[in-house]
Design a protein around this ligand. Structure first.
Ligand code: DGT
Ligand code: CA
Ligand code: CA
Ligand code: ZN
Length: 575
């Protein structure tokens, strides 16, 4: 029972209690406890084992401490099981609908008996939801629109989440001596921003032993099907994992086949056919030979080479441009994490970050970066204690001092994430922006404006001479919020005309721009900057998610401005 699971149990308990009308004070205690425990550096289980008093921890009261003890000793919460006898677990799906908080979900359940997304959709369509107090027609419409996002959220998890599961599962599988090779295929290997299920491929002669071992992975809650060489299971969060065991001579062919995408494989098979060959998950076979002789299959490289094709990085196997590029020997060399030299979007304790400028800079140094920009929020974002001109100029003075007294070449740029106001225009005066090194423009308010209005706002910011980059250009939050209705092509045209840059926000819930937009930006010659938008030092390691996404957008290091040494980067932003 690790902290993450304890935290999850507590928040689920709070969510479900909401449906039973429990008192708000207790719910808040569980939610706070859940949040605190999630970020605790020490495992609760070890603290309990060492006889420590959990209530000594800030924000952990007697109630939460008791639940922790129960979870660590029994692995579950009795109260949670009891509630689930009267409240179906599917009501938790309702919480995935944007703008539906626990209170509203509880009202839907208690007053209309709505237990699932399907029922919620039907009730909206029958215009029953608008009749509840606190809802109205507008809310009903918003709910109806949000249901599709919630349905997707139930079916697909973020790549970063899948990566966590894959890492743990891989760790578990290595413990089985019958396994020669073990790789994850499918959308996970292709680095897709969300993943529907995990496809695990194992090279072994002893599939029974491998499947037995696989079955002992601790997060498995049920086995969906088990055959001779195939097994599918469900994990705690309903997430599915498919295992296939293949012999060594077919491992590469199976890896190629199950990595997909389906459309990429259709193109590959078509090409094989033209050459008188057949490709399937067992190998590449020569049809001209009456015995259907296998000519490749042990490695993926061998499979592609037998078709006169180069090795395609999994991230670009989407049947977009990759086969054409291969034909012309123009396959781009994709960007790698080690190419990145700077991170130009991050927050500190001055606004909603959790670390100081110095701490962020030291963490960035530790990651091998040579420059960063500190870009806190501007005053309009009052919720995050956004910076007034006065506070910002103070912060920039402080950064000047830090750079002046630093004993290495690491440089901190003076930046700001300046809001683009609802009515258009920047949240800080030009004479202030003029004193910074790196000015980001962002939309945080008025995200539901009509297409023309929000596009004009963003283009207005791009035309401001002091702005260097637009952050998270479409505003989408994966599984949570749709993109703004922005004309991204018009934004690209403006960026190009004004020689401005566009962000790829590496936060795994944003990954904004998406892969298709990135390829478009590359085609237009608009420099992309990959930033973490870190709000704490650990957030700086999110860069790797941005790199995955950039690779899916077929970007090379030369397409990404923060691969440049600082002097060249500055030349590019000041053109
Ligand atoms: P996902 O799981 O929805 O995120 O996406 P994938 O791409 O992982 O799809 P999945 O898990 O259904 O299958 C994994 C790969 O196996 C897929 O990318 C291509 C291959 N594959 C699966 N089913 C078929 C099929 O019916 N025909 C062909 N040609 N390939 C298939
Ligand atoms: Ca899959
Ligand atoms: Ca699958
Ligand atoms: Zn930010």
């Amino acid at each position: 029972m690790n902290n993450e699971k304890i935290s999850k149990n507590l928040s689920q308990l709070a969510d479900l209690l909401e449906f039973t009308g429990a008192n708000a004070f207790r719910l808040r205690a569980y939610r706070n406890g859940s949040r605190i425990i999630k970020e605790l550096p020490d495992p609760i289980a070890s603290m309990i084992e060492a006889g420590e008093d959990l209530t000594k921890l800030d924000g952990i009261g007697k109630g939460v401490a008791e639940k922790c003890h129960e979870l660590v000793s029994t692995g579950k919460l009795k109260q949670l099981d009891e509630i689930l006898e009267t409240v179906p677990k599917t009501v938790l799906d309702l919480l995935n609908v944007p703008k539906l908080g626990p209170k509203k979900c509880a009202a839907l359940f208690n007053e209309l008996g709505i237990q699932s997304l399907d029922q919620l959709k039907a009730a909206c369509e029958a215009q029953q939801v608008r009749l509840l107090s606190g809802f109205g027609a507008k809310t009903e419409e918003a709910i109806l629109q949000g249901i599709s996002i919630a349905v997707l959220a139930n079916e697909r998890i973020l790549w970063a989440h899948a990566d966590k599961i894959a890492t743990q599962l891989n760790e578990h599988m290595i413990g089985c001596s019958a396994i020669r090779q073990c790789e994850f295929a499918g959308s996970y290997r292709r680095g897709k921003e969300t993943v529907g299920d995990l496809d695990l491929l194992v090279d072994s002669d002893d599939s029974q032993t491998v499947m037995d071992h696989f079955g002992t992975f601790e997060d498995i809650t049920s086995v969906i099907v088990r055959g001779e060489t195939k097994m599918s299971v469900r994990l705690e969060n309903e997430f599915q994992v498919d295992l296939r065991v293949v012999p060594t001579e077919s491992f590469g062919a199976a890896l190629q086949y199950f990595t997909g995408s389906k459309d990429h494989n259709v193109l590959v098979r078509g090409r094989a056919k033209q050459m008188g060959l057949k490709v399937n998950e067992w190998g590449v076979f020569d049809l001209n030979d009456s015995k259907e002789c296998r000519i490749a299959g042990q490695t993926e490289l061998e499979v592609y080479e037998s078709l006169d094709l180069p090795f395609f990085p999994p991230e670009i196997r989407e049947a977009r441009r990759e086969l054409d590029w291969a034909e012309k020997s123009e396959l781009p060399k994709l960007i790698e994490l080690a190419d990145i030299r700077g991170d130009l979007h991050m927050h500190t304790t001055a606004t909603d970050g959790k670390a100081s400028i110095e701490e962020m800079a030291d963490a960035a140094r530790g990651l091998g970066l040579s420059y960063i920009a500190i870009t806190d929020h501007s005053q309009r974002v009052s919720m995050a204690n956004g910076l007034t001109p006065e506070r910002l100029l103070d912060q920039w003075k402080r950064i000047d001092q830090l750079n002046a007294t630093s004993d290495d070449d690491f440089v901190i740029l003076k930046g700001i994430e300046c809001d683009i106001l609802e009515a258009g225009g920047m949240d800080l005066p030009d004479e202030v922006l003029a004193q910074g090194d790196f000015i980001i423009a962002s939309v945080h308010y008025g995200q539901n404006q009509p297409r023309q209005q929000i596009t004009d706002r963003i283009i207005g910011a791009i035309e401001n001479p002091y702005v260097s980059m637009v952050a998270h250009p479409t505003g989408r939050l994966l599984n949570k919020r749709e993109a703004y209705d922005v004309d991204i092509d018009a934004v690209f045209q403006a960026a190009k005309a004004n020689r401005k840059m566009i962000e790829l926000n590496a936060n795994p819930i944003r990954l904004d721009l998406n892969d298709i937009h990135l390829l478009a930006a590359k085609t237009h010659g608009i420099p992309v900057i990959i930033n973490t938008d870190a709000h704490r030092t650990e957030g700086l390691t999110n860069m790797r998610f941005g790199i995955k996404q950039a690779r899916r957008g077929c970007l090379s290091a030369s397409d990404v401005a923060n691969t440049l040494p600082l002097a060249e980067f500055l030349k590019k932003i000041n053109h």
